[in-house]
Design a protein around this ligand. Structure first.
Ligand SMILES: [Zn+2]
Length: 494
């Protein structure tokens, strides 16, 4: 089976075909770095991290671009209000670039903790003003933008006549005109309320400003992604991703800018959107105030959560659902994720000990084992369904447990089939889903010592001590197992 992905632009699942195989260009709209990232901000990066890891596993040469928005993102999508960066800088009495650097650093730390590999290119909007000015000039020359008082606006109705605006979000401009109109300052410069800013003339108090042919000012938010995607991924990238909330207006405007400039394409062949994180069914967002900051969540308690959850548990939690479904956050859901994550990690530990006992090839148990192994990628191939692939991992793990505890079953599988299954499990868990064992400081030595005390107490039949040690370790999430080979431990799956 081959990889198919749901394309928002065509509203169907399509077999993935790179524009220039084996190269694949992936662009993910990154954070606006004016505050700490919350859980909702982490879903896209985790989803697209799994996607790029899987594409690499399939043999593609992936260039993964995830930008940093450090300019041009106004508080309202209607091109008015204060720049988010400047507002945060003013509040903290520091340079806007200091705000950007601080939160970009924090963001990178959190993403690394969550197991997201760093992007190949992480362009910043403020470092690509020249490219953005160039693109505006093209759009004006092509007749799809106009200048008023030093600001430049994209002419949506004119564009719509030639290209139909709203193809991505599947809405016509009549619908949009019927919506609530924004009457905030600056709107009177626009010929149509649908028009959006490509360049804004800076007010005297505005700190972040650059010279341009039109005025000292700054680019509109939507422009940076079009300009940077073209610069690093060419006129047509393979996959452009982001949260569902970016589909309109941000991504719709990106497509319009590319079509109206000399790029002349939809910017990307496949447009993918991950769904939102919800709290009690309501979207988690800064503006609603129901967010859980990642830094707080790793320590806990945070917001509606009574305890902390490690980054790997959070990553597993985000992958437990298909990316196009909403995910509701709660202690119950995260505790279930922790259990699932630990189960997979225990699986890795089990594999270290699972050695074939039969010499032959094509043994009776091979077919079943190979079927379970082949099923591991069925989910990922079907529009990156991580939930399905995780379920397949648990099915295979159940088989491994049987093999580990039933000598007759182990004797029934060949070294080749077992080797393939073990390798596939490891690859999917560690390399593609990106789940790693979380470090325990000196934990191995401490555990070995405690287990030696346990063995001594048992030999002396000091059962009160035995119980104390068992309970103490249980409190740390560890269970002791008395096996024929001696005393062993495992993570508690409760
Ligand atoms: Zn973007």
């Amino acid at each position: 089976m081959s990889l198919s992905l749901y394309n928002t632009l065509t509203r169907k699942k399509e077999e993935f075909q790179p524009v220039h195989a084996p190269q694949v260009g992936v662009y993910l709209c990154g954070p606006t770095v004016y505050s700490e990232a919350h859980l909702g901000n982490a879903r896209g990066p985790v989803v697209f991290d799994v996607l790029t890891r899987y594409l690499r596993h399939l043999g593609y040469q992936v260039r993964y671009v995830r930008n940093i928005t450090d300019v041009g993102h106004l508080e309202s999508d209607a091109d008015t209000g204060e720049d988010k960066m400047e507002k945060a800088a003013r509040a903290a009495r520091i340079e806007p670039m200091q705000v950007a650097q601080h939160f970009a650093n924090r963001y990178r730390q959190h993403m690394l903790a969550l197991g997201c590999l760093p992007p190949d290119i992480e362009p910043q909007a403020s470092g690509h003003i020249t490219e953005q000015i160039g693109m505006i000039a093209e759009i004006i020359a092509n007749g799809f933008a106009y200048e008023v008082n030093g600001s430049v606006y994209f002419d949506v109705p004119k564009y719509d006549e030639a290209h139909r605006y709203g193809r991505l979000s599947n809405r016509g401009i009549e619908d949009q005109l019927g919506g609530t109109r924004d009457t905030l300052a600056g709107q009177d410069e626009k010929r149509s309320p649908l028009d959006f800013a490509l360049w804004k003339k800076a007010a005297p108090e505005h700190i972040m400003r650059w010279p341009s042919p039109w005025s000292e000012g700054f680019p509109g938010w939507h422009l940076e992604c079009s300009a940077m995607s073209r610069k690093y991924l060419g006129t047509l990238s393979d996959i452009h991703g982001g949260g569902l909330d970016l589909m309109f207006p941000h991504h719709e405007c990106e497509i319009a800018q590319c079509q109206a400039s000399n790029t002349g394409t939809d910017e990307s062949r496949v447009w993918m959107h991950n769904n939102m994180i919800t709290v009690n069914g309501t979207k988690m967002s800064k503006s609603l105030g129901n967010f859980v900051l990642l830094g707080d969540m790793f320590k806990g308690p945070a917001g509606p959560l009574v305890q902390g959850y490690s980054p790997m548990v959070v990553r597993f939690f985000l992958m437990q659902a298909h990316y196009r479904s909403p995910v509701d956050v709660s202690d119950d859901a995260l505790q279930a994720a922790r259990k699932g994550y630990r189960k997979l990690m225990n699986g890795l530990r089990l594999l270290d000990k699972l050695a074939p006992t039969s010499e032959g090839a094509d043994l009776p148990g091979d077919a079943d084992l190979r079927k379970l192994t082949a099923d591991l990628y069925t989910g990922l191939d079907d529009d990156l369904n991580t939930a399905r692939s995780i379920a397949s991992l648990f099915n295979l793990l159940r088989k491994f447990n049987t093999l580990a505890t039933t000598p007759a079953a182990l004797a029934d599988v060949s070294a080749a089939a077992l080797g393939e299954a073990v390798a596939a499990y490891r690859t999917l868990v560690a390399d593609i889903l990106g789940l790693q064992d979380e470090p325990r400081a000196n934990a191995e030595q401490l555990l070995a010592l405690t287990l030696s005390f346990y063995s001594e107490a048992k030999a002396e039949k000091a059962y009160d001590k035995v119980d104390v040690i068992r309970a103490a370790l249980k409190g740390q999430g560890i269970v002791i197992k008395d096996t024929k080979a001696g005393v062993e431990w495992a993570y508690s799956e409760e």
